[in-house]
Design a protein around this ligand. Structure first.
Ligand SMILES: Nc1ncnc2c1ncn2[C@@H]1O[C@H](COP(=O)(O)OP(=O)(O)OP(=O)(O)O)[C@@H](O)[C@H]1O
Ligand SMILES: [Mg+2]
Length: 404
């Protein structure tokens, strides 16, 4: 469909068409020579016939546009070269130079065709206009293709990063579980060996009271060791199951956030009842949020138990304040603040990583805040931030949309 006409010297189109048709081979040849001389890279290296073919397609595009007022052929050519180019590293100038082959070829034959300087200038202006018009178009098309590719690459990178993170997590779990299971196995095989020994003495009739007594002590100790370690392994598995927050396990419903958090804090009393810590809820207005209540409970439990275990020495006095408030009409904030020892600067960047803990060996698995992060960002569609200075306590701030 005709959509384009040079805005200048339309009356010269027949003259231009006549020259361009008659001198087709020359225009293409001269354009080809020019670009091969200029480009030491791609065009310079490929066989001349191949370059000439591209220059010929370019010629068809310009011919159709200027003479037939049909931009489709030119646009098809732009599609063709940008598709072809966007698959490799290259400069946009290379493309624009390709478009120039028609202009260069035409200008080379022009003095042989037209003597009148005014006519020559007008013909050249028409070709120039077509050339610049095409340059802008090809730049736009190429830029948008590049952008699309960038988005694609970005999505692919994110997918890979997620996969790598999962791989690290699985490796971490295997590593963490290995130790307690190993200890439990050692304990159980110790029991088996001791039983065999004592059984043999019993059969031979040489079983002494002192042997039996020692046997009881040994077995009790080994069984306790195995149980403690199996317990620890089971705890790790439980935590690990929570890492993959299960979206389908609970229904979203509307809850009064302050009231609900108050109930959770009450249920956590056994954790702090016999300490010198006070745990307090600050909640002024009633805020109804649409959430999975279990997710909120898990978050609050992790934050409060972190404050209790990591923030304070045993017997130390302190305060833990959980605050629920509304931020504009769209967001609710849930803040857990303690006035304990805080987090060291070198640990601050790592606390959300799975298995980062400063209490390895005394019950910490390092999954708590990782789970909190997953729940807040995935299930609650919110954000979580931690502010902490050593000796100035720790504040975890969570922001969730009210109607998620
Ligand atoms: N309120 C806090 N005060 C001081 N340090 C904290 C606080 N909360 C978290 N931390 C630090 O962040 C680390 C990571 O916390 P996270 O809850 O992920 O693991 P954890 O509590 O050690 O183990 P888990 O929660 O799996 O039992 C803790 O080991 C601790 O060093
Ligand atoms: Mg924790």
């Amino acid at each position: 469909m005709p959509t384009w006409r040079p805005t200048v010297f339309v009356e010269r189109i027949p003259q231009l068409a006549e020259i361009v048709i008659r001198r087709r081979a020359d225009i293409i040849d001269r354009g080809t020579d020019w670009i091969r001389r200029l480009s030491t890279d791609l065009q310079g290296k490929r066989p001349r016939a191949e370059t000439r073919e591209l220059v010929a397609r370019n010629y068809e595009g310009f011919y159709a546009m200027i003479v037939d007022a049909d931009t489709q052929t030119r646009d098809d050519f732009i599609e063709f070269v940008t598709a072809y180019r966007s698959s490799m590293e290259f400069k946009i100038s290379t493309l624009l130079r390709g478009f120039m082959t028609f202009k260069v070829g035409f200008e080379a034959v022009l003095p042989e065709e037209v003597d009148d300087p005014v006519a020559a200038r007008e013909l050249r202006d028409m070709v120039d206009e077509a050339y610049f018009d095409s340059c802008f178009l090809v730049s736009d098309v190429y830029a948008s293709k590049l952008k699309a590719r960038l988005h694609q690459t970005e999505a692919e990178l994110m997918r890979r990063e997620k996969q790598a993170a999962l791989g690290r997590l699985v490796a971490g779990v295997a590593h963490e579980i290995n130790t307690p299971i190993g200890v439990a196995v050692t304990g159980a095989s110790f029991v088996r060996d001791r039983v065999a020994e004592v059984e043999q003495s019993f059969r031979q009739g040489g079983l002494r009271k002192s042997t039996i007594q020692k046997f009881f002590g040994d077995v009790r100790e080994a069984a306790n060791l195995s149980l403690t370690n199996l317990d620890r392994a089971a705890g790790l598995v439980r935590s690990f199951k929570q890492v993959a927050v299960d979206q389908s396990s609970e229904q979203r419903r509307s809850v009064d956030l302050g009231k609900y958090v108050g109930e959770v804090l009450a249920s956590l009393q056994p954790l702090y009842r016999r300490t010198a810590l006070t745990v307090r809820l600050e909640s002024t207005a009633k805020i109804m949020v649409s959430v999975m209540p279990g997710a909120v409970s898990q978050v609050v439990t992790n934050l409060v138990s972190n404050a209790i275990t990591h923030g304070f020495e045993s017997g130390q006095e302190g305060e833990i304040v959980v605050q629920v408030s509304k931020e504009s009409g769209e967001f609710a904030t849930l803040t857990c603040r303690d006035n304990g020892r805080g987090i060291a600067p070198e640990a601050r960047d790592k606390i959300f990583e799975p298995f980062f803990t400063t209490r390895r060996g005394s019950g910490g698995s390092g999954l708590g805040l990782h789970i909190v992060h997953n729940i807040v960002t995935d299930l609650l569609a919110g954000e979580v931030q931690v502010e902490s200075e050593p000796a100035c306590g720790c504040t975890v701030r969570i922001r969730i949309p009210i109607e998620a």
